[in-house]
Design a protein around this ligand. Structure first.
Ligand SMILES: Cc1ncc(COP(=O)(O)O)c(C=O)c1O
Length: 377
């Protein structure tokens, strides 16, 4: 059986989430907009899911929206918030460690007259808070700060950044995809304007994104004339997918402290047994233990990934959304890593079913690979 060390790309579905999908697909197949009983049954499920997500995030239920994935949720939340900001505010503050779905929106916004201020990060991926504080002012339109970086696992101080931004009346959007259900998350008390989660990273189905938009903040839909979800997102609502995502989230939230401890023990075990010459990236004391970057001594990440795959171990060379575009190590470059070193990067990521025996097997394959592939070969 495959040893799956790539949960940051997507996690296996929880069996409770699969069962919940099947049940809701039968009982709640109606269109939530329909006025007959089938529509009402679907709408009831939808309303319950909104309430539950509001509890998970500690926010108001009328701020919860569902989308086709977190990439779409990032895009819609960012654009909806910007549409509600004064036209004179044209500066956006973020970092180069954001997910591709955010970086691509920023790229488009830059072409449309916004200035993007990418705050420097240190070699561990931590945002420079002095530079951040100096960059925000009344003319800032939006701050975009992810919670956990998907390549290195660096955790950003989202709460502190939100407080600083709020002093100037600036909203903050946070992509919490790699943090929700893994680290303690309290969106309500952090005070962020918007946050985004993805169901498939926590054992839910592919194709469900969750967005929170603070209902007290002025935002404007990117769609015209849609009556779905308060205009935030157009289209018939995927109730079975949302029910399944909600059940997955419920389990992830309940199990979060144990999952964290488990990931931490796997990370520590891996670091104690690292093969000679392999360097662990990130600040172990502050990073997410669910994601571990490794720099190999003389082998390219792509090569190691293929070698592991031959041994039935799934790892990755970075975020799945960028692979194939020659940018897999862009986060590392932002952290000041040389391109040659960045190419020797692999990422492994953990979930509940991984054991230290799986880590032993991974180490054995890496050691064998490194020994076989000498620089002169
Ligand atoms: C930090 C982060 N944000 C957003 C996404 C996009 O999630 P989805 O696959 O639901 O679009 C990912 C997935 O790789 C991610 O790691």
């Amino acid at each position: 059986m495959m040893i799956y060390l790539d949960s940051a790309a997507t996690a296996p579905m929880r069996k409770e989430a699969v069962a919940a999908y099947a049940e809701a697909a039968e009982k709640a197949f109606g269109n939530t907009q329909s006025l007959h009983d089938a529509g009402s049954a679907a709408a009831d499920y939808f309303v319950s899911c909104r309430k539950l997500w509001a509890e998970f995030l500690n926010v108001r239920p009328d701020g919860i929206y569902f989308t086709g994935n977190a990439s779409e949720a990032n895009q819609l939340a960012i654009r909806s918030l910007l549409n509600g900001r004064p036209t004179a505010c044209r500066q956006i503050i973020s970092t180069k460690l954001e997910h591709a779905s955010v970086l691509s929106v920023l790229h488009e916004l830059e072409k449309n007259g916004y200035t993007i201020d990418y705050i420097d990060v240190d070699r561990f991926g931590q945002v420079d808070m002095t530079a951040f504080e100096q960059a925000v002012d009344e003319e800032t339109a939006l701050v975009i700060m992810q919670l956990v970086n998907s390549e290195m696992g660096a955790v950003q101080p989202v709460k502190e950044c939100t407080q600083i931004a709020k002093r100037f009346g600036v909203p903050l959007h946070s992509d919490i995809v790699q943090g929700f259900g893994k680290l303690p998350v309290d969106i309500g008390s952090w005070g962020v304007a918007s946050a985004v989660c993805s169901a498939h990273k926590i054992g839910g189905p592919k194709g469900v994104g969750i967005a929170y938009l603070d209902p007290s903040i002025h935002w404007q839909s990117v769609y015209e004339g849609t009556t779905h979800q308060n205009g935030f997102r157009a289209g018939t609502i995927d109730v079975p997918g949302i029910v399944s995502a909600t059940i997955a989230a419920k389990h992830a939230v309940i199990e979060q402290p144990q999952s964290y401890d488990h990931a931490r023990s796997l990370q520590d075990y891996l670091l104690e047994h690292l093969p000679d010459g392999v360097i662990a990236t990130g600040d172990i004391a502050t990073k997410s233990p669910f994601i571990q970057g490794l720099i190999l001594p003389h082998v390219e990440g792509q090569w190691m990934m293929l070698d592991c795959n031959r041994a039935q171990i799934a790892i990755s060379t970075g975020t799945a959304c960028k692979i194939g575009y020659g940018e897999a190590m862009s986060a590392m470059l932002a952290m000041g890593t040389e391109p040659d070193t960045a190419r020797k990067f692999v990422r492994i990521s953990f979930h509940q079913a991984i054991s230290t025996r799986d880590i032993d097997e991974f180490i054995r394959v890496v050691e064998k690979s490194l020994a076989e592939f000498t620089p002169s070969s």
